[in-house]
Design a protein around this ligand. Sequence first.
Ligand code: S3P
Length: 170
Amino acid sequence: MKSIYLIGFMGSGKTTVANGLSQAFTKEVLDTDEIIVQKYHQSIPEIFQQKGESTFREYESSVLFQTPTEDTIIATGGGIIEKGSNRKWLKENGISVFLKTSWEEINQRLINDTDRPIWNNQSRNKRILLEERIPKYEEVADIIVHTDGKSIGDIVKEIQDKLLEMNKSI
Ligand code: S3P
């Protein structure tokens, strides 16, 4: 079966849900940010600081295009949908699950976060960024799950049910 790509804004729970799905389906789990860190031997904040966002986006696309498109659960970075080429690739190669989380909940979860360069960039309006990105997540998504107030177990179950409905269970 095609791989499942978790997409959504920072703090929407992609990594945690990917781990839950990986257990539920006994499939391998990957995380594009983790692969970038391993491959380029730098943390995400270091890459942003020393090489800039555009280099990070190049790394991110190159990592995305090399992910296994079968039998794997893949958590992606929140900005993966920024590039049209990434959106096209996702639409053609994977089943994308958009974790749709409200601004209020994201803000609450990331209040003390210091590891996300875009979140920590005071000159960027993250609320507007979320609004700008929503149509791009929706363009790619095969499944949309509203996550507010739901447990990881609820979200995993909802995704399993929706995959079954689509007859795309892995
Ligand atoms: C980013 C999200 C991060 C990471 C990088 C950029 C973004 O991943 O890829 O800091 O542009 O939204 P998470 O969504 O896992 O925080």
